[in-house]
Design a protein around this ligand. Sequence first.
Ligand SMILES: [Zn+2]
Ligand SMILES: [Zn+2]
Length: 732
Amino acid sequence: MSETRPKYDPAAIEPARQAAWEEAGAYATPDPGEGREAVYVKPSSPFTSGNLHMGHVRDYSIGDAYARYRRTRGDAVLLGFGFDAFGLPAEMAAIDRGVRPADWVVESGERMLEQMKRLGYSFDYDRVFYSSDESQYRWSQWLFVTLLEAGLIYRDDATVDWCDSCRTTLAALQVEDGRCWRCHNPVRLIRRPTWFLRVVPFLEENDANLERFEKWDELSLKTQRYILGRTDGVELELSEPGGGEVTVFTPHRDDIGAARFVLASPRHPEVERWVGESKARAQLDELRSGGWERSARDASAVPLIDTGAVLTLGPRGGELPVFVSPIVDARFGPTAVLGIPSVDEADEAIAARVPALVEGGEGAVAGDAGPPAREARRYRASDFSIGRQRYWGTPIPIIDCEACGPVPVPVEELPVVLPRDVEPTGEGNPLAERRDFVDVDCPRCGGAARRETDTLDCHFDALWLWVPAAVPPEGRAEQMFSHPDLRRWLPSERLVAGNDSGSFVFDQRAVTKALRDLGPFAFLEDGEPFAGCLFHEMVVADGRKMSKHLGNVVDPDELVGRYGADTVRLAILYAAGPAKTLNWNDGAMRFAGRFLNNLWDYGLERFAAVESAPLDEEAEGDTGFMRERLAKWCDNGVARITDDLDELQMHKAVRNVTRLFERIQDYEKRVVERRGRLSRADAEALADALVLLTRVLAPFAPHISEALLIEAGREDDVELLGRWPALAEALS
Ligand SMILES: [Zn+2]
Ligand SMILES: [Zn+2]
């Protein structure tokens, strides 16, 4: 009999299910205002690289399973998605291929969407957006102007890599061993004015909120703490010889009396005064133009400048010489700290480089605890530059006027349109060459002025990349930050993202607080864009990062072609918990493939056998306790899988699905052992258990769950896949 039944053929059933979903509009975003819980699941936004990689597959398989599960709970679910389409990777890919970035982005985005559909991800594809679309970056410009007017964006000097032969600034990833990626000439550092985003005002709140997050996994909390770089300690005032006081910090509260020197950040406001016009001035200038952001953190090699200034510790304390070093920034942010070599290894290494400090001395206040100190903390996180001297990015909406200075473009005149008919060569900034772009009238005085030709780093676009999906496409032009749906969908119930997204998330959290204070997101009281967060580690092969260079790239398309989407999804979820790096191997694929094949064959055969199972009252009475036990196993299985899904621990959930299948088969075996065969009631219980199994499998392997029931002639049961089983519902 079984040989007449069709074999499991994902290449046939998966496209059929996907077409049926598309036709039914199964994953259209529901109206969030129906009295149901609104659940916005936000997966990561990829660059338009043209190819999904296995890290994306991991990310979207987790997010999609969770979204599908929440739909079956009766929640209104938004599974939204958009591309981080501006930036250097797209520009470099376009240069490589000799095409325009605008064309490359669309072509590769469409290809990636096809890949995602082929994997069966239930995104609302009608809501997909590209950050490089005019309708999108217009709002990036709006955000820039809004933050600028609130004093949260400012212009300052930054150190950038510069290639003389290409006449362009370079991003970090374009500098290889100190040489230009394109022409291989040595790169030098220059200072030039650029725009900075102020996040320092939000550090304390970003920190404090971490204590209250209940739906953030340990990995995501860890990255937020790392980026904050918080150090607890004390601060105290030191006196200047000519009067006045300076606040210094130390994490070593019990050893203040052993302080030997003061170490200040080059960004400390007093530094200018301390160095005066001494020879330290030249050193400081050199240090700054030498790019101290990139300085080694090693205290034995980091730049160190003796300012010649001193500060006094306490009324009868000794004098402490003041040094300037970027090591302060790397440890505590732009502050001043006490150097205490006896208890601090980095301070010890610094002291060893200063002859005057090597020669004995017992510390500023020997045998004394020093002056009174108060509890304090410092954060390493700091403002960062958002301007790039590149073509492919959001134009900065600023006009430089000789008479008025930098003038923001009035909001009603946005967007400042990026010319799309540009083929960048990697040489110079093509925007600066375009007279039709550069030459404008000043919006304030009407005089001749120049448009800013720097563009925004795509990190800036990403600050609000979690917003557009929550606004229906037709509302985005006018109401991107004011649409009523935002109040329902935000905060996102769950962000699912790679472990390398920590700084994006951190800055998104800071900007959300700014937008709360400024009004648009006033309804987000704690200023948090994500109520929950799951970070996952990356996918590697042979213990190494996948790269073309190493020839160890696993191609999702090839896997789907060979094994089917359900097998790939199940395997990547099963292979490792999210907090673990997934070392890709075929074992998980074989396991998942075997499981789905067995389930298909077994299911079709057992569903078909129900009608021919004999009615036998005596046998049914004898096996009643076994059916009850099966019901209990089913209940336990559902309870466990539910808990796993609530925690997004998909590897555990998948394991518990496979265990439930083993239990079901075990039930059958025991009935046969006892009675020789299944009576009608036994066979019906078995079939019901199998239907239940497809229901709990569906979030992970949605195609086979439906196709199996349809193939078995149980179309009536398909609608059950849309409802998560309640406990005790199992075999009623
Ligand atoms: Zn070059
Ligand atoms: Zn002007």
